[in-house]
Write a protein that binds this ligand. Sequence first.
Ligand code: FES
Length: 107
Amino acid sequence: MAARMMPSRHDPIRPRGERPVGISVDGEAVDGVEGQTIAGVVLATGRLAWRRTSVDGRPRGLFCGIGVCFDCIVTVNGERDVRACQRRATDGDVVETQHDELPEAAR
Ligand code: FES
């Protein structure tokens, strides 16, 4: 198992006293721990991609992990284009994946 896919309960470097957070991703309840990014919570479920490119429909998820590439964008609590690798998960967050089509004029 790759380190990035390690469930938080098996992470040997997790801080003590962690508090659980619960978010929903496309309506599915997902558990994480306080301090994890939304991308970290989603990756721990085993999901590697959560959106598709608008041109070719190719899968995208975490790529750079440092907020540069925007491959990981999601909608969080109604706010679009949030970089999942940069936003810490907070209890009750509602995360929706984005699959935007290209506008007709751009085709
Ligand atoms: S993975 Fe590159 S901005 Fe989030």
